[in-house]
Each structure stands twice: as structure tokens, then as C-alpha cells.
Design a protein around this ligand. Sequence first.
Ligand code: FAD
Length: 447
Amino acid sequence: MTEDYESKSFWLANSGPYQESPPLAGDLKCDVAVVGGGFAGTTTAYFLKKAEPSLHVVVLESEVIGFGASGRNAGFAMTTFGLMMSLTKTMFGPEKTRQSHHYMERAVDLVGELVAEHNLDCEYERTGFLRAATTPAYIKRIQDEVELVKSLGLEGIEWIDAKATRARVNSPLYLGAWWEPRCALLNPAKLVREMKRVSMQCGAQVYERTPVTEIQRNADNFCLKTPKGCVTAGRLALTTNAYSLSIPQLRRKQVPVWTYIVLTEPLKPEQLAPIGWKDREGVEDYRNLVHYYRLTAENRLLMGGRDIRLTFGDNMDKDLDDRIFGELEQDIIELFPSLKGVKIADRWGGPVSVPVDMTPALGCLGDHRAVYSLGCMGHGVSLMHLNGQVLADLLLEKKTQWTESFPVGRRVISWPPEPIRYVVSQAILGYLHAEDAWAERKGFGIS
Ligand SMILES: Cc1cc2nc3c(=O)[nH]c(=O)nc-3n(C[C@H](O)[C@H](O)[C@H](O)COP(=O)(O)OP(=O)(O)OC[C@H]3O[C@@H](n4cnc5c(N)ncnc54)[C@H](O)[C@@H]3O)c2cc1C
């Protein structure tokens, strides 16, 4: 049964008419098969064809391009890597933390370059990013992170006080913020469809409604089973991110975790005036279970995050959660009282990919003939574009600054099997909740 992608996000339903590519019907031989048609898959195909136009590159997507997180996210192309920089430093040390930040800076710039080079129609705007503190404990958390940025010799991020923060976006809850100009906002469904267009113009073939149900690794090729034909490929890219449970070679490297979004009607000028928001910055707070929010091109307020849902086993049916939707709607009013009574136009959710150490992962599987990318941690809009370029270079055995950089090729610890996985992930979630509750125990804050 095929899934109705238009119900999966406002973006997927309202980004213009979409022409699906036909499913694979019959057997096919190719040089590279890319499994998964999100940002990572479309970008891998694009960079492969760009580097070697004669390669026969095929993208196989089980539903439609952008069906996964790429067509549902909030559209922040940002430098955040994993959960937070201090956690990366604790686990991997200062040099790898520096490398991961440079990787993400490059990723944000790459998205901007692709948009400019190919005139990608995706409502792209480089707005900058605020990470706003809403309690004294979050001031400390954010200021400590800004200090870490500086101590690592990184640039482009500063602490601004409450007055300067509210001069940008006026919420009575704001006590100061991390300010970072390097962040763009965009319409993700349009972007991923545009990357499909560009990769096809370069000669890649895209098959939608074509799930890969089995992958066999042979001495000199891979055989991929799909419902109506087999693909024999010399090389393989697995870009299935949170859906990687269905791929035996990846299933223990990550778990899917669901995050949710509510979207208002277009705001009227009188609703927006008290908030300011002239430069339209993307905003997050610094809870472990972060809120993220922004204005869309139509001045709708998109509010996401606050809590997450876990899953047991292979169940991927968690795209809606009424409790979290209701709480997000209340959070909008708590943050911006002038929006009392605003109507909610849409609600949706989607899975992000979480490795056990909460750090993105990509690299080779066995040897350079098979590569993978996963573990976005909810911050994969920019990341997955650079990952796509790196996967293409790994398949072509090309060394670049980025193929040699952390996190490429890092060792990934496996999640335990069920039911231990569920118990461990619930325990981690419980800890994250408790730490946030402690940070919000006094003073105001969304709680
Ligand atoms: C609600 C939400 C908000 C988010 N907001 C942001 C944000 O503002 N900024 C940010 O940086 N990140 C954000 N993210 C994360 C970001 O969307 C993801 O990191 C990114 O889209 C992942 O891209 P991808 O190509 O790796 O995976 P996906 O886009 O998930 O693509 C994987 C694809 O693989 C396909 N697939 C799976 N299995 C198979 C198979 N067996 N055969 C064929 N195809 C298969 C799926 O159908 C899917 O289309 C958000 C995510 C969500 C869910």
C-alpha cells in the first residue's frame, strides 16, 4: 500500500503540483544505487553525476521524494551538530568538536551555494539564528556554550543580552540569546524536490513508490530487491536516516524518534507588530527537548519540538500526537501573548534519527563500495547536503577536506536489541526531561 504523502506535512501538501516519477518496473543494472530520496539521497545522486557524468545513477525511494523528514522539517539550515557542542566535546574532545563545527558551517554554506547556482525555488532566506534563554538556568547553559565556542577558537557566535534579543524578537520570556548569523530558513519540500530536478537534469534516474525490500552483497555487485524488479548495482548509498530500521546493515546504528510541529494561519500585521521579528530569525531555546520556531514565507508561525515520542521495535506509526500538538499551541501564546486566539492551520510530525551517542554518522560499510548516512539528531537540513557530497566522494574514492573530517567514518556504537533498547531510550528521555524540569523550576519559562 502506498502512503498519502500530502497528509505528512503542510509543505508536502502546499508546495505546488508535484509530478511523481514512475516506480521501477523490471530489472535494471546501474553503477550506483541510492536508497532513500531525501536531502542526502538526492544530493548524493547530484554530486555523483556532477563528478562523473557517465555514471549510471539510480535513486530508489519507497514513497515519494521528500516523504521522510526532508519534506516535513522546520527548514532551518543551521550549524548545530548532534545535540549540543559541549556533549560533542565531552565525548570526542576539542579537535573533533572543532572539525564538526567547521563541517556544519560548510554544510550551511553549501545549501546557499546550491540554491544560488541552480536557482532552486525553495523560499530560501538567510535570516540568522537565535538560541533564546527563557530561564536563568538556560542563560548559564547558553553562555557556557558560547564560551566553549570561543575557547575552541571558533567564530561567528555571540551572546546578546535580553534587550538586544527582544529588539530582534520580542517575547517577555527572553533573557538573552546565542546569536549566529550563519543560518538560513527555507521550504524543505520545495528544496528536496528541486534537488530531485537538478539531479535528474544531470542524468540521475529517480524511481518513486519503489521500496527496497532486500539487499544482497555479492563479490562484485549488490542486488537490491524491489516489488517489481531487481537492481544490480556496482556501488550502493544508503540514505535512509530514521527509516534505517528496515535495512539490516544499519538497523542497530540508530533509532527513530518523533518530533512534532504546529503551524498557524498567516499572522496579521497587528498580530506580528508587537513581536517585531523584522529580520525573521529562526529561533530555538536550549532545552534538551528543544522548541524551534520561525515565520514562513507567508508569515505563518511554525512551532515545533517541546517533547518527543519513542517507538518499540519497528513501529514507524507515530506521526501524530495530540498531547504534544496541544502543548505546542499553548507554548505559542506563552511566548507571544499577542497571538492569543490565533488559529492553527496544520499539525504534523516525523521521525529523526538518533544514534546511541547522539552524534551524526556517515561512512563506508565494509569497503568504499557501500556508504551510509544517518543520525541527524533533528539537525539534518544542511548536514545531509554535505553528507551527500561526502558520500559521493567516498564512492568515487576521492579524498577531500570533508571526507577526512570528523564525523566521517567514525565508529558507531550499536543500540541494544529490544526490549532493552526501549528501556534504555526511555531512561535517556526521562533524564533529559528531568534536567529540563530542573532548569525550569523557578522563574518563568515554558514548562
Ligand atoms: C518535524 C521535523 C522537524 C525538523 N526540523 C529540522 C530543522 O529545522 N533543521 C534541521 O537541520 N533538521 C530538521 N529536521 C531533521 C531533518 O529533516 C533531517 O535530518 C533530514 O531531512 C534527513 O534527511 P535524509 O535524506 O537523511 O532522510 P529522509 O528525508 O528521512 O529520507 C529518507 C528516505 O528514505 C526512504 N526510505 C526508507 N527506507 C527505504 C527503503 N527500504 N527503500 C527505499 N526508500 C526508503 C524514506 O521514505 C525517506 O524518504 C527535522 C525533522 C523533523 C521530522
